[in-house]
Design a protein. Sequence first.
Length: 91
Amino acid sequence: MPSWQESRRASSTTSRTDRPLEAAISAALDWQKSSFSGGDDNQDCIELAEADGQILLRESDAPGTIITTDRAKLRAFLLGVKAGEFDHLVG
């Protein structure tokens, strides 16, 4: 089993920011998207930010819903992506 799956089973932290204050805090973070998403601001993509040592992920079309993880889990996931473990999901 890939290490990212083991990490996911061990702990998964998801937080929703449905309230206006959390949404405002989310908007103030320095969100980054992949250059593969294209330069169009209207293109939906997954964005990442760092806050207090945690990695935050959100979809640009649903910015109030944020998934929180740590660097080790993100690294394990990205290694799986690079190894092609998720290619069947986008094929």
